[in-house]
Design a protein around this ligand. Structure first.
Ligand code: DGL
Length: 272
């Protein structure tokens, strides 16, 4: 048993898709979230910069009472897969492995597609992980760099013409490839999953990497005897590196409701 919080971070608000899942499946757990809203996007940056930012985010979370860390960012999770963070001394879960395991279980035709940021697709993290689970899987990765900007700017309605046109262009090769399973390898993408689902059609299962990471974290806590014994609802605490007001306005798109919990300014930029 451990009553410390679960630490979750992302480059911005995408990681709230993991928080939403955790609130639903582990309602008694406390959560401390860090969103690096001042430096988003990470997905168009170099490996060195992403690793530097990830270490700062992790060290920020480690300055709080936390029992594990979830990198609820596809970009960071992909980058640290090949460049693990040293001396972490805490349980660490990214979104790549949970999403890949689920995709391999779900697919029937063994054709899995992945969409993510440029850094995520360039890292080949999803391809490598899926093939390490099952070499007979065919995998296609497509970078969709504009999706994060559409989501962060509220272009999320199912009928938004701009979002639809961009999504159609990005998803065309995936339709041609014939995947029956599509991993939303960036934690921002579930916010436009209706647009994506309309284009892909009923025969394609969409997998939210952020939500899968939440489920994986639950298993991890159970296996390691780290669940809280709190019987009251857990509390959420949010830290952002940019405007608190902007975060509160947009976060409801990710959480499905107003932010429940306090939001603070968190400065990570001075950290190593
Ligand atoms: N949420 C981040 C991810 O899952 C995407 C945003 C970014 O580019 O920083 O990759």
């Amino acid at each position: 048993m451990n009553n410390y919080a679960i630490g979750v971070f992302d480059s911005g608000m995408g990681g709230l898709t993991t928080v939403k899942e955790l609130n639903s499946i582990l309602p008694n757990e406390n959560i401390i979230y860090f969103g690096d809203t001042a430096r988003i996007p990470y997905g168009s940056r170099s490996k060195e910069t992403i690793l530097k930012y990830a270490k700062q985010d992790i060290n920020f979370l480690k300055s709080h009472k936390i029992k594990m860390i979830i990198s609820a960012c596809g970009t960071v999770s992909s980058t640290v897969l090949n460049n693990p963070i040293q001396n972490l001394d805490l349980g660490f879960i990214g979104v790549v492995i949970p999403a890949c395991e689920t995709a391999c279980r779900v697919t029937k035709n063994k054709k899995i597609a992945v969409i993510g940021t440029s850094a995520t697709i360039r890292s080949q993290s999803y391809v490598t992980t899926i093939n390490s689970i099952d070499t007979s899987m065919e995998v296609l990765g497509v970078a969709c760099p504009m999706f994060v900007h559409l989501v962060e700017n509220g272009y999320i309605d199912r009928n938004n013409v701009v979002t639809k046109i961009i999504a159609e262009e990005y998803l065309e090769p995936i339709k041609k490839f014939g995947a029956d399973t599509l991993i939303l390898g960036c934690t921002h993408y579930p916010i436009i999953k209706d647009v994506i689902a309309d284009i892909m059609g009923d025969g394609v299962t969409l997998i939210s990497s952020g939500a899968e990471a939440g489920k994986y974290a639950k298993d991890y806590l159970i296996k390691n005897n780290l669940l809280t014994n709190r019987t009251s609802l857990g509390e959420n605490e949010f830290y952002v590196s940019d405007s608190i007001q902007l975060f509160e306005e947009n976060a409801k798109n990710f959480l499905g409701h107003e932010v429940k919990g306090k939001v603070f300014k968190g400065d990570v930029h001075h950290l190593k």
